[in-house]
Write a protein that binds this ligand. Structure first.
Ligand SMILES: Cc1cc2nc3c(=O)[nH]c(=O)nc-3n(C[C@H](O)[C@H](O)[C@H](O)COP(=O)(O)OP(=O)(O)OC[C@H]3O[C@@H](n4cnc5c(N)ncnc54)[C@H](O)[C@@H]3O)c2cc1C
Length: 435
């Protein structure tokens, strides 16, 4: 049992929790961080791309000793059918800058490093400890936590809920609802190990350069979802995720989809001869702006995935998690500095600061996107990728058919799949949700 009272208790040591605990401890607050895993990162799953700008705002010189894999110089987007893909590719030497913008990382290593910084900043970090309950006073104010170690209650002025996507603690305490199956994706991921030089050869890389491939199409069988391939130093992360509601409706298992993705003729050669050493599955919040719950209350704030702060359209999550953790910590620090109580009214500062940040601006911008992609999933994730690939094949195959006839054939295949009104309708809805 810990007898002291803390300024803040942080539940969870993922990106959001570490950012919050680090920022508060660095500002001199007395912080206790509780993590159920054996160590920070042991339970956490990510592709994983680290966005340096957001990390720099927490630890400016993180590049000096953080475990980074490769900095990204190239992004490929693939629209796939079962035996082909049409790609869009951006590669730039500009990304070989002195302080690169995006890196691949391995979360188990990165979180462990981040946690060591939290400890150095002065927070008390206790792992292998699950918070089982939020302690509330007679007025419903959160005043502390109980853990599976027994020993009664631990008290703090404020509890920062950084417990990840399922957010069981907050939902059990009635602070928010359990995310709906239409609001979360289930992703599975494998780590394929290969010698460094083989990875560099296969992806056309040198030194620490890295590539990301993101893919949609028949690989998700018409479900809202995507596949990814990330190059690390000595391994390749390959994974795929779709909305839980779509998995429920289709009866397809994520593992079957991943096997199919890996055996695709465009993917298999990249993985050939590799040794799989890790397999992981995790949920991703994908409900966007409309799924964000109440973010603060008397004695508590919620950050990161637990607050559904995830930009699925741009595949950004960890940066929203660490930024919301940092902002929540700064808000707590301001309230504390004024010697004000941690009431909902005072903690609403966190929401105001979040509204002013890129997080809420981006999520608000795409607020109609998750619903649109879900309702039109057959079109966007099955029909259109097939049509685009067919059109490419038709365009490239030289078989004596006059070009005019080929064009007609392509147009005809689009119109027979969707009427002109349907095609324009989808384009219009997509443009409106994207604007
Ligand atoms: C397959 C996959 C690929 C992804 N790729 C990317 C990517 O490339 N880039 C990107 O930016 N984002 C990506 N994301 C999203 C990103 O991983 C998340 O947005 C991010 O990890 C959220 O951080 P968090 O701290 O909120 O939650 P988490 O990282 O999930 O951390 C929550 C922590 O809380 C702990 N915890 C939970 N309950 C309790 C409790 N009761 N008591 C104590 N501890 C508790 C957990 O053990 C965990 O350590 C990906 C996600 C997945 C699943």
């Amino acid at each position: 049992m810990i007898d002291e009272k803390f300024d803040a208790i942080v539940v969870g040591a993922g990106m959001a929790g570490n950012a919050a605990a680090y920022t508060m401890a660095k500002r001199g607050l007395k912080v206790l961080q509780l993590e159920r895993g054996e160590y920070s990162g042991s339970k956490n799953v990510q592709g994983a791309i680290l966005y340096a700008d957001m990390m720099e705002k927490i630890i400016p010189d993180f590049r000096e000793d953080a475990p980074l894999e490769r900095h990204l110089i190239e992004q490929r987007f693939w629209m796939m059918t079962d035996n082909s893909h049409t790609g869009l590719q951006y590669r730039s030497d500009e990304f070989n800058e002195e302080s690169p913008n995006r890196y691949t990382i391995i979360r188990a290593q990165f979180d462990k490093w981040f946690s060591s910084k939290v400890r150095e900043a002065g927070a008390l970090v206790v792992c292998e400890t699950t918070v089982t309950e939020l302690v509330q006073d007679a007025y419903g104010k959160v005043i502390g936590v109980k853990t599976d170690r027994g020993g009664g209650q631990i008290h703090a002025d404020v509890v920062v809920l950084a417990e990840g996507v399922t957010g069981l603690l907050g939902t059990r305490a009635g602070l928010r609802k359990i995310p709906k199956p239409t609001e979360v994706a289930l992703a599975v991921k494998e780590m394929h190990f290969l010698p460094q030089e083989v990875i560099e050869q296969r992806f056309n890389l040198k030194g620490n350069e890295g590539v990301v491939i993101e893919a949609v199409g028949t690989i998700s069988k018409g479900m809202t979802g995507m596949g990814f391939i990330y190059s690390n130093r000595e391994c390749i992360s390959v994974g795929l995720g779709c909305l839980v509601s779509d998995f429920q409706a289709s009866g397809v298992s994520p593992y079957q989809l991943l096997e199919k993705f890996k055996s695709h003729p465009s993917v298999a050669p990249l993985l050939e001869g590799s040794e799989v050493k890790e397999y992981a599955a995790h949920l991703i919040p994908e409900g966007g702006y409309n799924a964000i719950p109440q973010l603060y209350g008397d004695g508590w704030v919620v950050v990161g995935d637990a607050a559904q702060l995830n930009n699925a359209i741009h595949r950004e999550g960890s940066n929203l998690a660490m930024t919301s953790g940092r902002i929540a910590a700064e808000a707590v620090f301001q309230v504390k500095s004024r010697k004000d109580p941690m009431t909902a009214q005072n903690l609403s500062l966190y929401k105001k600061m979040l509204d002013d940040s890129f997080i809420m601006k981006d999520l608000k911008k795409y607020k109609d996107m998750p619903k649109l992609l879900h309702i039109q999933s057959q079109n966007f994730f099955l029909t259109y990728p097939q049509l685009v690939n067919k059109a490419m094949e038709n365009y490239l195959r030289v078989d004596g058919t006059p070009k005019k006839e080929k064009q007609k054939l392509t147009m005809k295949s689009f119109v027979s799949a969707r009427s002109w009104a349907g095609l324009f309708g989808d384009a219009f809805r997509l443009a409106r949700a994207w604007r």
